[in-house]
Design a binder for this molecule. Structure first.
Ligand SMILES: Cc1cc2nc3c(=O)[nH]c(=O)nc-3n(C[C@H](O)[C@H](O)[C@H](O)COP(=O)(O)OP(=O)(O)OC[C@H]3O[C@@H](n4cnc5c(N)ncnc54)[C@H](O)[C@@H]3O)c2cc1C
Ligand code: FES
Length: 298
């Protein structure tokens, strides 16, 4: 992918809103003053509580789920699960609370890639795809995109389809269709997102292009399906991250054989990985399916 690296900066951000979204998830809105650059879908920020009482040393990576511009400021939305010490501390912040925000970071989804966009979301992986739906809707309204999009959203149960209403609203604004599935059949057909993809694809105006985010097992299945069918696919990966900027070398993902052959040390950027490993934070988190070795991804 050829997207340029973002120009990131560290800024203080203020909590505007934080509420419960069900199944243990939270919706958080943070306001950050310009000149913080607006993130694009699939990019992320690093969040850290600045308080002296905060026990968390490292910032935590979070995908951006919405961006609204208002009077010299940006309001960024996040859909997240408080799973450990950092995200639980974040969940404890009320309106007016402050965090340090570093971003925007990484490479997002290439939404300009030709074809009908198919947004594939697994569980809380819906977060960056909600934002992608917003951007596609804006492009359709402005006449810059001629094709609508569809979203395929899967989770273990109906309750785990967190952000479902939001997804409905944003797909309606885009004139696109939302399809859902659950592992237990409590909403939509029983099965996973790849099975849903196989069902829905014949009815779509081709060619299609996949943009996906979810657990790595789901992304691996999507990647293998896309490679077998010759359909372009872009997958938003996660990795444990410390710096988020390519410095600590702590977030490697294995390159595919073809990506290792294509790797050219003469043109490689210093904050990217090496021939063997790609850095998730600077070269990703969104990768083309053919660029990673899916057999070595956990
Ligand atoms: C690019 C990127 C975007 C992300 N976007 C979102 C998002 O939109 N919403 C959201 O809820 N989460 C997102 N995450 C995951 C989120 O960053 C982790 O859940 C968070 O860092 C955990 O921090 P903690 O201090 O609460 O947990 P810790 O106390 O550090 O760990 C608690 C548990 O969470 C696991 N964990 C920690 N980091 C990760 C990680 N990166 N991926 C998976 N498991 C992890 C640990 O293994 C451990 O089991 C994203 C991660 C990345 C790399
Ligand atoms: S998180 Fe430090 S190099 Fe990626």
């Amino acid at each position: 992918m050829s997207a340029a690296l973002p120009v990131w900066r560290q800024s203080r951000a203020r909590v505007v809103r934080q509420d419960d979204r069900g199944a243990g998830h939270r919706w958080l809105e943070l306001e950050v003053k310009s000149p913080f650059a607006p993130p694009s879908p699939g990019q992320f920020v690093q969040l850290r509580l600045p308080s002296v009482a905060n026990p968390v040393l490292l910032p935590r990576p979070m995908s951006v789920a919405s961006v609204v511009r208002s009077r010299g400021a940006l309001r960024l939305g996040f859909l997240y699960a408080p799973v450990g010490i950092g995200t639980r501390a974040l969940a404890g912040l009320g309106a007016g609370g402050e965090v340090e925000m570093l971003g925007p970071l990484g490479r997002g989804f290439p939404l300009e890639h030709p074809g009908t966009p198919v947004l594939l979301a697994g569980g809380r992986g819906v977060a960056p795809l909600l934002f992608a739906a917003d951007v596609l809707a804006r492009r359709t309204r402005s006449g810059r995109a001629r094709r609508s999009a569809v979203m395929l959203f899967g989770a273990r149960t109906r309750a785990q389809l967190v952000g479902l209403e939001d997804a409905h609203r944003r797909l309606a604004a885009l004139g696109g269709r939302l399809h859902v599935c659950t592992d237990d059949g409590s909403l939509g057909p029983r099965g996973n997102v790849v099975q849903l993809l196989e069902r829905v694809t014949p009815g779509l105006a081709g060619p299609i292009v996949l943009h996906a985010c979810g657990p790595h097992a789901m992304l691996k299945a999507v990647a293998l399906w896309s490679l077998a069918c010759g359909v372009p696919a872009f997958l938003a990966m996660e990795s444990m991250m410390a710096c988020g900027t390519g410095v600590c070398r702590g977030c490697p993902l294995p390159r595919s054989a073809s990506a290792r052959v294509a790797y050219d040390p003469a043109t490689a950027q210093s904050l990217h990985g090496n021939r063997e490993w790609a850095m998730c934070c600077t070269e990703g988190p969104v990768f083309a399916a053919e660029d990673l070795d899916w057999e070595r991804i956990e």
